[in-house]
Each structure stands twice: as structure tokens, then as C-alpha cells.
Design a protein around this ligand. Structure first.
Ligand code: ADP
Ligand code: TRP
Length: 333
């Protein structure tokens, strides 16, 4: 049996936080050992929220650096910039024509924006179709994402089905989401889901002083030091991400006994985060000094990605009767 194929993307919309790391990047890196990995910087997607061109370029470079510093190995995995493969937008159109409005209207990401009083543009509305094209163009087996992207994956499966049925051809395979349950949702410093939109994020590559300050500000309940602590709180859930199973057991037992101060847990968490990301941080600085090498990685990634997606796009075009007829049909009477 061949290797599994894994595909995922991240939007270049600002520095990565540890929710992005545990929910997405870490999986992408870990999967390199057992899957053929294809990962990309979703700059087309970022156009739904970011209009500053120079900023986008900066964020794309930063995300490529973050990925490489986190251990994505271009010798084993493909890393590319979405807009270096404009063919994806053609597939987006093909899928658009079989996608019911109702399907897109049910997307949480769209409904949330509506509820927040924004008036979404067509790009934001059709965003899941672009995401489906990103995925289906490679017929991947699994798509590692955080919990919040699961619905988009279900929509992708629907679109694949609609297309296959519409044209009576098995052009697209239905991909599986890959969501690790223990890190499904990383909490932010205020206890809500960590997100760059909530101003509650701990960034992966913040300087230690800034990180310590943010960790000390994690919101906790007002249980006195002597009393038992509720380990469902964000502080403990964050701490647990950086601890071994044995350490976790010990800490949770101490919390249950009482006598554990939140300050101690916070200081320890800050140290653990700095240690955990320390080596990656150093690697990132090294890579940042070689911008041409990073560009080469992205360019070579797009070249390899194109070779993988071209047969799928060709099959979709053929199924839909686009372009000149295949030679066999031309000569047939
Ligand atoms: P944000 O919510 O900060 O805008 P994105 O929506 O850009 O983050 O998410 C990028 C990736 O990181 C997605 O795969 C998403 O599921 C994952 N992710 C984001 N926030 C978290 C979180 N708090 N916990 C786990 N995974 C997350
Ligand atoms: N929508 C994803 C996010 O906001 C990013 C993304 C775009 C993606 N295309 C994808 C993720 C394809 C997985 C597969 O995080």
C-alpha cells in the first residue's frame, strides 16, 4: 500500500499562536513520518480579510518561516504558496457550479460574521469552495485541521459528491478530517478558544519577557490557595500541553489537594513554553537571514504540487466536457 497523503493549509494573517501550533502545525510536522505531506500558505484565502498587499507578503514570509522553524522538512513535505498555483481557482469555479447556496449559508464561519454585524462579501461566502478546491485537487486521504475547520471538511465532502454525481465520474475522493481530540481546542488567556480575533493568544515566537507577562495575566477563578483547584480552567489546560502524562497526574493531584497557588503554575508554564519553542525560535532566526532560500522552498513546492494536481484537474475538466475533446473522441464517429 502506498503512503497516506495529507493536505492542509494555514492563512497568512499574523504570527502563529500556540493554538495554531497544537491544533494544526504540530500535526502537519508529525505526519511527515507516515504521510506524504502537502502544506500551503493560503494567501488567496487571506484576501477575504486582509487588503494590505505589503502586509500580505510579510505574513506569507512569516508563515513560511514559522512552518520551517516548526520542523516542516521540505525534503520530505511540500510547502508552497497558494497563489503560485492559480489552477486552484479554476477548480474553485468547477466546484462552485455544483455547490448549492444553502450549503454555503450553513457555514459557521459565514454565520458568525453575519451575527457579528458584518456584511460579508462574495469571497467570504464562497470561501469554503476555495478550500474544497485546495483539498480535492490532490485527492488526499486526510486533512489535519483544528476542530473549528471540521465543518469545512464536511462541506468539501459534499461538494466532491455533488461533482461526482453531476458528471457520473469518480473524479474526487472524499477526504477525512484529522483532528486530535486531546488538543482539539486550545484555550486563550481569557478561557475562550485561543484566537487571533479575540486578543487572547499566546504567540509561539514572542520574546520570553512578553510571553511571561501574558502568561501571568491568564484569567483564573478566585479560589483561595489552600482550597482544591478546578483543573478545567484555561491555566491548567494550557499547562498540560507542555507536560508529560506523569507530570500532569502529579500536578492535578496537587490541585485536587489544595495548597497550590496559581502564580506557581503560571511561572512554571511560562518557563515550559519558552523552553518548548526555544530551539524553534533559534532556527527561525537562522532561516530569516536567508530569505532567498525560503523563496526557493516555496517555488519548488509549487512545482511539485502542480505535478500532483494536474491529473486531477484534467480529469475534472474531462468529466465536465471542458476544453478540446480527447484525441480518441475526435476521431470517433
Ligand atoms: P484563529 O482562530 O486564530 O484565526 P485560524 O482560524 O487561522 O486561527 O486557524 C488556523 C488553524 O489553527 C486551523 O487549523 C485551526 O483549526 C487551528 N486553530 C486555531 N485556533 C485554535 C485553537 N484555539 N485550538 C486548536 N486549534 C486551533
Ligand atoms: N480555512 C483554513 C483556516 O482558516 C485554512 C485553509 C484553507 C485550509 N484551505 C485549506 C485548511 C485546506 C485545510 C485544507 O485555518
Amino acid at each position: 500500500m502506498g503512503k497516506l497523503r495529507s493536505l492542509s493549509g494555514l492563512q497568512p494573517t499574523g504570527p502563529l499562536h500556540i493554538g495554531n501550533y497544537f491544533g494544526a502545525v504540530r500535526q502537519h510536522v508529525a505526519l511527515q513520518d507516515r504521510a506524504e505531506g502537502i502544506y500551503f500558505v493560503a494567501d488567496y484565502h487571506s484576501m477575504t480579510s486582509l487588503r494590505r498587499a505589503a502586509r500580505r507578503r510579510e505574513f506569507v514570509r512569516d508563515l513560511a518561516l514559522d512552518y520551517l522553524a516548526s520542523g516542516l522538512d521540505p525534503a520530505r513535505s511540500i510547502l508552497y504558496r497558494q497563489s503560485d498555483l492559480p489552477e486552484t481557482t479554476e477548480l474553485t469555479w468547477l466546484l462552485s457550479t455544483v455547490t448549492p447556496m444553502g450549503l454555503l449559508q450553513r457555514a459557521h464561519s459565514y454565520k458568525d460574521k453575519l451575527a457579528a454585524g458584518q456584511s460579508p462579501g462574495h469571497g467570504l461566502f464562497s470561501y469554503p469552495v476555495l478550500m474544497a478546491a485546495d483539498i480535492l485537487q490532490y485527492n488526499p486521504d486526510i486533512v489535519p485541521v483544528g476542530q473549528d475547520q471540521k465543518q469545512h471538511l464536511e462541506m468539501t465532502r459534499d461538494m466532491a459528491n455533488h461533482f461526482n454525481h453531476a458528471y457520473g465520474a469518480e473524479v474526487f475522493r472524499l477526504p477525512e478530517p484529522y483532528v486530535l481530540p486531546d488538543v482539539a481546542v486550545v484555550p486563550g488567556v481569557d478561557g475562550r478558544k485561543m484566537s487571533k480575533s479575540y486578543d487572547n493568544a499566546l504567540r509561539m515566537f514572542w520574546p520570553p519577557a512578553k510571553l511571561r507577562k501574558a502568561v501571568m495575566a491568564i484569567v483564573t477563578d478566585s479560589t483561595p490557595v489552600a482550597d482544591p483547584k478546578n483543573t478545567e480552567q484555561a491555566l491548567f489546560r494550557l499547562w498540560a500541553l507542555f507536560a508529560t502524562a506523569a507530570e500532569r497526574e502529579e500536578m492535578f493531584a496537587r490541585a485536587a489537594r489544595g495548597g497550590l497557588g496559581y502564580g506557581e503554575v503560571k511561572r512554571d508554564l511560562a518557563e515550559r513554553i519558552c523552553t518548548y519553542f526555544g530551539e524553534m525560535s533559534a532556527r527561525r532566526a537562522e532561516l530569516a537571514a536567508r530569505p532567498d532560500d525560503v523563496e526557493d522552498v516555496l517555488r519548488e513546492g509549487a512545482r511539485r504540487a502542480r505535478a500532483l494536481m494536474q491529473p486531477v484537474l484534467a480529469a475534472a475538466r474531462e468529466a465536465a466536457g471542458l476544453g478540446p475533446p480527447a484525441p480518441a473522441q475526435r476521431t470517433k464517429r
